[in-house]
Design a binder for this molecule. Structure first.
Ligand code: ATP
Ligand code: MG
Length: 748
C-alpha cells in the first residue's frame, strides 16, 4: 500500500495516517473531541485526489453545517490546489436538494419545488388541523408537527403510520399526517424531513436512479456520524450500495445492486458528542457500525490537539459519569495551561458584566481578541442579557441563532413573495402575502376562497383566480383579489430573466411594502427597511458568486442556511465575540470559552433532570461545550436569575461539581447562595455609581427622559418619577406605572 511518508501525511500521527491511506473496506474512526477526526477526513479527501486517481466528482462528503463544508473545501484546495469545485461537500439536506431538483418529476414534484422550514410546516399543520376541526387544546398542531417529523426520521410514511395506529389519538395523528402530506404535494413543497425521506424513497423505488449515483460516487465520507438519524443512515447505505439492506429491527429489505461495487465509506464520530437524540439521532449507528458493515475497519484516535490537559481532564471527569458509554483515554501534550475560572454572579446581569470585563482584561493583559472568544448558553433566550450588556459596554458581538435574521417578519414576507414567483402553487407563502401589505383581502375573503377551493376541489391558487365565482364574495374583495393576481402574474413573467435582487426591489416597490415602511412613524420600521435591504444584498452577493443562478437556486440557498453558518469570519480585524447555544457549537473551537448559567434547572435543563437518558444527553452537551475550549475555560452561574419575571434560585450545576475542584479557581465563594448574594455588597468597580441595590436587584435612579428597557415591554422612555414609582412610555405597549423596586427594568 501507499508510503506513509507522503507530504499529505505530514502533521498527522500514525493512527491518523492509517485512516488517511486506508483502502477498500468501510472505515469507522471513533475518537473524542479535538482528536483530529475532521482533519483526517480533509486529508483523506486530498489524498484520494492526489494519490489514488480519484476524480473530484467521485467524492461525496457530508458535513454538519454549510460553513463546515466550505472550510473543508478550502482546506482541500490549500493542500493540493484548486480541485474541489466538482466535489460534493455539503450537508445531508443540501445533497438531497441537489438530487431531488434533478429527479423531482419522478416523485410528482415540480423541479422548482419549495422547501418549507419548521415555521412554514407548523403553519401548514395548523391549517390542516383547522380543516379537520380538531380542538387545538386536545390536538396541538405543534405536537402533531413534531410527531410527523419523528415519523419521517424513522422513514415511516402516513400509510404505515395509519396501519400501526391503535388509539383514537394515533389514528387522528395519522390522518393529519396524510392530509398534511397531500397539502404539501399540492403546494409543490417539501419540508426539511422530506428532503431526506423522499431521497431515500427515490433511490429505493427507482433502481436506475440508485445505480446512477452509486456509479458516480466511489467515496462517501461522513463527519459527525453520531448525529445521524435512521433516515440519514439509510440514505448512506443506499448511496454506498451495500450488499443488502435491513430495517431498524434487522429484517432484510432487499439484496444489493449487482454489477456495481459498493463505494468506499468512511465515517467519523464520537458517541460522547451525540446531542441530537431529540431529533431522532441514534448512536446506535456508530455503536453498531461493525455489525452493519461486517468487514469494517475501526481506528481509534486518542491524542487531543485542541485543548490543554486541564480542560481535557475536566471534560473527561464530566463525561465519565455517563453509564452507557465506552471508556476512552484522551490526552494532550499541550501542558496543564491556566486553571479553569469559576464565577458565581449575583444575578444574570452581573454574570454578563463579568464576561464583558473579563474579555477586556484578557485583551489588555494577554492580547486576546474578541474573535477568539465564545460565550455558550443552554437556551436561545439567554442571549438577550449578554447582548444588552455588550451593547452598553461597546463589546462587539454576534449572536448565532436566536431571533435569526431569516425569522424576522419582513424578511419572511419578502421571501414569501419570491417563493410565490418561483412556485405559484406554494400555498403557505401565497396566503402569507395575500393581504401584506393590507390591500383589502381580509380574513373573511380568504376564508371564502378557502371554502370555495375545498368545494370545487381545486388548489387555493386556482380558487383565487376564480374568486368572482365564490358565492357571497363582496365586489370590493373580488376587485382587490383581481388586482393582486394581476400583479403576481406580471412579476412572475419577469421572474425568469430578472436577477433575484432586482426582482426583490421590484416586489417591494410594486406592492407598496417599501412605501408603507418609509412613511411609518414607528422607529422599528426603519430597522425593518434595513433588514430588507440586507436581504437584497444577500441576493446581490448570490448573483456575484453565481452569475447564472436562478431565483429557485437563490431561495434554496437561503432555505439551507443553518444556524451555525452565521458565525462571522475573523476578517483581518479583531473579530467579534460569538454568542451561541451549546447545540450550535459542535465541531468548532475557540481559544477562550465561557460556559454560562451553569445551574441545575437551566443546565442540565429542568425537563431532563428526572430522566436518566435525557440527563445523559445533557451531560454530553456539557462535554461538547467544555471541549470547544483551547486554552481558557470559564464556568459561571448566577445566584439569582429572573425567569418569566420571577426570581429563581438555582443550585450550582451538577456538571460543575463533577469537575475536580483543584482544576477550578473560584473568583467568588462557590458556596455563595441566594441569601448571601442578595445581601452581599457588590464590587463597586462593577456597579454604576448612581445605582442602589436591594433584594438582589439594582434599583435604577431615573429622571424624565431616561431610556429604559423592561424584560417584558421592551424599550421605553421615562415620563415622570414619583417616589418609588415611575411612569414609562413603552410605545405600542402604552404607558405604564411601575414600582421601581420590583420592575424588571434597566436604565440604558
Ligand atoms: P470534534 O470532535 O470537536 O469535531 P475533531 O476530532 O474533529 O473534533 P479536529 O477539529 O479535526 O478534531 O482537530 C482539532 C484541532 O487539532 C484542530 O485545530 C486541528 O487542526 C488540530 N490537529 C488535529 N490533528 C493534528 C495533528 N496531528 N497535529 C497537529 N494538530 C492537529
Ligand atoms: Mg470535527
Amino acid at each position: 500500500s501507499a508510503s506513509l511518508t507522503h507530504p499529505l501525511l505530514d502533521g498527522l500521527n500514525p493512527q491518523q495516517r492509517e485512516a488517511v491511506v486506508h483502502h477498500g473496506s468501510p472505515l469507522l474512526i471513533v475518537a473524542g473531541a479535538g482528536s483530529g477526526k475532521t482533519r483526517v477526513l480533509t486529508h483523506r479527501i486530498a489524498y484520494l485526489l492526489a494519490e489514488r486517481d480519484t476524480r473530484p466528482q467521485e467524492i461525496l462528503a457530508i458535513t454538519f453545517t454549510n460553513k463546515a463544508a466550505k472550510e473543508m473545501k478550502e482546506r482541500v484546495d490549500k493542500l493540493i490546489g484548486p480541485r474541489s469545485a466538482a466535489m460534493w461537500v455539503m450537508t445531508f439536506h443540501s445533497a438531497c436538494v441537489r438530487i431531488l431538483r434533478r429527479e423531482a418529476a419522478r416523485l410528482g414534484f415540480p423541479s422548482g419545488f419549495s422547501i418549507y422550514d419548521q415555521a412554514d410546516s407548523q403553519r401548514l399543520m395548523a391549517m390542516v388541523c383547522r380543516e379537520m376541526d380538531l380542538d387545538p387544546k386536545r390536538y396541538p398542531p405543534r405536537s402533531f408537527s413534531a410527531q410527523v417529523s419523528n415519523f419521517k426520521n424513522e422513514l415511516i410514511d402516513y400509510e404505515t403510520a395509519a396501519d400501526r395506529a391503535s388509539t383514537h389519538m394515533e389514528r387522528t395523528l395519522a390522518e393529519a399526517y396524510k392530509n398534511y402530506q397531500q397539502r404539501l404535494t399540492e403546494a409543490g413543497a417539501m419540508d426539511f424531513d422530506d428532503l431526506i425521506m423522499l431521497t431515500v424513497t427515490l433511490l429505493q423505488i427507482f433502481p436506475d436512479v440508485a445505480e446512477h449515483y452509486r456509479r458516480r460516487w466511489r467515496h462517501v465520507l461522513v463527519d459527525e456520524y453520531q448525529d445521524t438519524n435512521h433516515a440519514q443512515y439509510t440514505l448512506i447505505r443506499e448511496l454506498v450500495g451495500t450488499p443488502e439492506l435491513r430495517t431498524a429491527d434487522g429484517d432484510l429489505v432487499r439484496e444489493g445492486t449487482a454489477g456495481v461495487a459498493p463505494a468506499e465509506l468512511c465515517v467519523v464520530g464520537d458517541a460522547d458528542q451525540s446531542i441530537y437524540a431529540f431529533r431522532g439521532a441514534t448512536i446506535r449507528n456508530i455503536l453498531e457500525f461493525e455489525r452493519d458493515y461486517p468487514n469494517a475497519k475501526t481506528i481509534l484516535l486518542e491524542q487531543n490537539y485542541r485543548s490543554t490537559q486541564t480542560i481535557l481532564t475536566a471534560a473527561n471527569a464530566v463525561i465519565s459519569r455517563n453509564e452507557n458509554r465506552k471508556p476512552k483515554n484522551l490526552w494532550s501534550d499541550q501542558g496543564a495551561g491556566p486553571k479553569i475560572v469559576g464565577y458565581v454572579a449575583d444575578d444574570e446581569h452581573d454574570e454578563a458584566m463579568f464576561v464583558a470585563q473579563e474579555v477586556d482584561r484578557l485583551a489588555d493583559e494577554e492580547g486576546v481578541t474578541p474573535g477568539q472568544v465564545a460565550v455558550f448558553y443552554r437556551t436561545n433566550a439567554a442571549s438577550r442579557v449578554f447582548e444588552e450588556t455588550f451593547i452598553r459596554t461597546g463589546l462587539p458581538y454576534k449572536v448565532v441563532g436566536g431571533v435569526r435574521f431569516y425569522e424576522r417578519k419582513e424578511v419572511r414576507d419578502l421571501l414569501a413573495y419570491l417563493r410565490v414567483l418561483a412556485n405559484p402553487g406554494d400555498v403557505v407563502s401565497l396566503r402569507r402575502i395575500l393581504n401584506v401589505p393590507k390591500r383589502g383581502i381580509g380574513d373573511r375573503a380568504e376564508a371564502m376562497v378557502e371554502a370555495f377551493a375545498a368545494r370545487e376541489r381545486i388548489p387555493f391558487a386556482e380558487a383565487l383566480r376564480r374568486a368572482d365565482e365564490a358565492p357571497g364574495m363582496a365586489t370590493r374583495s373580488v376587485n382587490a383579489i383581481r388586482e393582486f393576481v394581476a400583479l403576481l402574474d406580471e412579476l412572475t413573467a419577469k421572474a425568469g430573466e430578472t436577477p433575484p435582487s432586482m426582482l426583490a426591489q421590484e416586489v417591494l416597490v410594486r406592492t407598496g411594502y417599501r412605501a408603507e415602511l418609509e412613511n411609518s412613524e414607528d422607529p422599528q420600521d426603519e430597522g425593518r427597511l434595513e433588514n430588507l435591504d440586507e436581504l437584497i444584498s444577500v441576493a446581490s452577493e448570490f448573483e456575484e458568486a453565481s452569475p447564472e443562478g436562478t431565483l429557485v437556486e437563490f431561495l434554496e440557498q437561503i432555505s439551507l442556511v443553518a444556524d451555525a453558518d452565521q458565525i462571522p469570519e475573523a476578517e483581518g480585524g479583531q473579530g467579534v465575540v460569538t454568542l451561541m447555544t451549546l447545540h450550535t457549537a459542535k465541531g468548532l473551537e475557540f481559544p477562550v470559552v465561557f460556559l454560562t448559567a451553569m445551574e441545575d434547572g437551566v443546565f442540565p435543563h429542568m425537563r431532563s433532570m428526572g430522566e436518566p437518558k435525557e440527563l445523559e444527553e445533557e451531560r454530553r452537551l456539557a462535554y461538547v461545550g467544555i471541549t470547544r475550549a483551547e486554552r481558557r475555560l470559564y464556568l459561571s452561574r448566577a445566584a439569582v436569575r429572573s425567569s418569566w419575571g420571577a426570581p429563581s434560585f438555582n443550585p450550582a450545576s451538577r456538571f460543575v461539581s463533577e469537575i475536580p475542584s483543584d482544576l477550578v479557581d473560584w473568583r467568588s465563594d462557590p458556596r455563595k447562595n441566594a441569601w448571601t448574594a442578595a445581601t452581599a455588597r457588590r464590587d463597586p468597580s462593577r456597579t454604576a455609581p448612581a445605582r442602589k441595590k436591594a433584594g438582589g436587584r439594582q434599583i435604577p435612579s431615573l429622571k424624565p427622559g431616561d431610556r429604559v428597557t423592561h424584560d417584558q415591554f421592551g424599550l421605553g422612555t421615562v415620563i415622570s418619577v414619583d417616589g418609588g414609582n415611575a411612569k414609562i412610555d413603552f410605545g405600542s405597549d402604552g404607558a405604564k406605572t411601575l414600582v421601581l423596586a420590583y420592575a424588571p427594568l434597566e436604565k440604558l
